[in-house]
Design a protein around this ligand. Structure first.
Ligand code: GTP
Length: 598
């Protein structure tokens, strides 16, 4: 009976089409948050999310809607990120829902991630409620977008909600459609407990806090529960819902979305995707978990202070609870000391992890340039997966190197087909198909080396199409390529953390580029520093960082004492993210220099 009035849904969209703003309006309309507590992007509760204006983590919240039929409905809304790097968060929240609200920008239309995300929802058999947002924009073309949703996605959009999340238009219409179109959850309240863990976070006082969706049974404080995957058992200490602040409840039952704590201190026993059941009366089969995510890029993370290695390990373990796609294992670098090789879903993910580690765990880190995983077939018949370019074996022992290729789907207006194709071709792309979606837009598919995509491809694509192109990609296979390892030598010493892999065709120009860039990034010291790039023993590019002239600095730093102290302070602050390698101080930027092209 209770279930009849529950609606669990998620909001999916391409990045920037207005999901978070729409969620804000829904919270306002349902009086979930008092006006005075209302702030923009309410569900994006990480500082990082607000600053960047993007959603990184999924967030679940319960709200009550008094519908026109006179009943009160309990909605569980799960907001999700839109960026391609975080699509694994999307698939997790969808598994907890019966329906998905699909937001499409009335001026931009259907874009690459609109498709990717809505297909995830359709695959999960969710009911789709289309919303055409931003109808207040002068450039809005809602009718064109309606046809596009029908033609390109293939769902009925005849009664799509016309909305402006910004102006608060169409919100009630949407809430009514959620009530009428999205099915109520089903599932036996009396049956043995089956709760899907779709997220988790570590809290210093309460231990692990699990976000759960109950598919069967009931759970209350005092119950003995078992994690079906790891087998570990706990006693429930608290259950509740986020509204959006945590509110304790006496119990959660089948159909509910909420949180659960059980004084879980050992973070290795809980895993996102696991099923929680009753220890005394366990369910027979666990719920289908999630597709395992595999990192696309790897980079080294090193504390600037070597003594912080253990702190970094602890921080990574805690962060992994909240970020299931993060992978890490210890590695040692001659140049940087002890750190971790970490796997990420993309560069934005890597950026976010680094920032969260620094902010939430008070660490200062150096990140090395990200690299894909290469596959080296050796002459002795063995195969080595290489996640760190400096570990690429000597070329004499290699028979063949392969690199990961992705299938890249790019959507762009007709006028930009030329620009898109030129860029893809330039990045070693292999043309697959081109399909006209309608009179205005095309869908272009290329097979491309992942290494060419992860760097600045997306930025280049955006600037080449005045922001109109969108991109989605998925890993396809490994293909042999003519690749070489390039080492960088500073002051005659090889700096392992600066090694990178390049296609032979671009090796000379990239090497030239990078030594020049390093020359500008690495501060002068009181001796001359040769900067060299080499393939094996062969130097292919070289430049010098000149020594600074003592008299110049003497003049600069001379003068009155306080001014001089200030300058020294400034210098110290500027030094922060530096790592002394041999006699040379290398700033963080230098490790990223290999990323840039052109
Ligand atoms: P991610 O969370 O990063 O995936 O983005 P999002 O889809 O949640 O988009 P968000 O709600 O952050 O909105 C993106 C931008 O569009 C913001 O600048 C909003 O102010 C703006 N926006 C959202 N809805 C509307 C609308 O109805 N009309 C207009 N004009 N602007 C809107």
């Amino acid at each position: 009976e209770h279930q009849k009035y529950i609606r669990n849904f998620s909001i999916v969209a391409h990045i920037d089409h207005g999901k978070s703003t729409l969620a804000d309006r829904i919270l306002e309309m349902t009086d979930t948050v008092a006006k005075r507590d209302m702030k923009n992007q309410l569900l994006d509760n990480m500082d990082l999310e607000r600053e960047r204006g993007i959603t990184i983590k999924l967030n679940a919240v319960e709200l009550t809607y008094h519908a026109k039929d006179g009943h009160d409905y309990e909605f569980h809304l799960i907001d999700t990120p839109g960026h391609v790097d975080f699509s694994y968060e999307v698939s997790r929240s969808l598994a907890a829902c019966e329906g998905a609200v699909l937001v499409v920008d009335a001026a931009q239309g259907v874009e690459a991630q609109t498709l990717a995300n809505v297909y995830l929802a359709i695959d999960d058999n969710l009911e789709i409620v289309p919303v055409i947002n931003k109808i207040d924009l002068p450039s809005a073309e809602p009718e064109k977008v309606r046809t596009e949703i029908e033609n390109v996605i293939g769902i009925d959009a005849s009664d799509a909600v016309l909305a402006s999340a910004k102006k608060g238009i169409g919100i009630e219409d949407l809430l009514e459609q959620i009530v009428h179109k999205i099915p109520a959850p089903t599932g036996d309240v009396q049956g043995p407990l089956k709760a899907l863990v779709f997220d988790s976070v570590y809290d210093d006082y309460r231990g692990v806090v699990l976000s759960v969706r109950l598919f069967e049974g009931t759970v209350r404080p005092g119950d003995k529960i078992r994690m079906m995957n790891s087998g570990s058992e706990y006693e429930v200490t608290e259950v509740g819902v986020n509204s959006p602040k945590p509110v304790k409840r006496d119990y959660l039952m089948s159909g509910d979305v909420g949180y659960l704590t059980a004084s879980i201190k050992d973070i290795t026993t809980t895993r996102v995707g696991d099923t929680v059941t009753n220890a005394d009366d366990p369910a027979e089969k666990e719920l289908p978990g999630y597709r395992e995510m595999h990192p696309m890029v790897y980079a080294g993370l090193y504390p600037t202070d070597n003594a912080k290695f253990d702190d970094l390990r602890e921080a990574l373990e805690k962060l992994k609870l909240n970020d299931a796609a993060l992978e890490f294992e210890p590695e040692a670098s001659q140049a940087l000391g002890f750190g971790f090789r970490c796997g990420f879903l993309g560069l934005l993910h890597m950026d976010v992890v680094q920032e969260r580690l620094e902010r939430e765990f008070n660490l200062e880190l150096i990140t090395t340039a990200p690299s894909v995983t290469y596959r080296a077939k050796l002459t002795d018949g063995t195969v080595k997966m290489v996640e760190n370019p400096s570990e690429m074996p000597e070329s004499s022992s290699i028979k063949e190197i392969s690199e990961p290729y992705v299938k890249a789907t790019i959507m762009a207006p007709n006028d930009y087909v030329g620009a898109v194709m030129e860029l893809c071709q330039h990045r070693r792309g292999i043309f697959d198909t081109m399909e006209y979606l309608d009179d205005y837009r095309v869908n272009i598919v290329y097979h491309m080396p992942l290494s060419e995509i992860i760097f600045d491809f997306f930025d280049k694509l955006k600037s080449g199409t005045h922001g109109y192109a969108s991109l989605d990609y998925e890993l396809e296979d490994y293909r042999p390529s003519d690749l070489v390892k390039i080492d960088i030598l500073l002051n005659g010493d090889k700096v392992d953390a600066l090694s990178f892999i390049s296609h032979r065709q671009f090796a000379a120009t990239r090497a030239r580029d990078i030594v020049d860039r390093l020359k500008n990034i690495i501060p002068r010291q009181n001796f001359e520093i040769p900067v060299q790039a080499a393939i094996g023993a062969k130097i292919i590019a070289r430049t010098n960082i000149k020594a600074y002239r003592k008299d110049v600095t003497a003049k600069l730093y001379g003068g009155d004492r306080t001014r001089r102290m200030k300058l020294l302070e400034k210098q110290k602050a500027g030094k922060k993210r530096m790592k002394a390698v041999g006699k040379v101080d290398i700033p963080q930027e230098a490790f990223m220099a290999v990323l840039k092209t052109d």
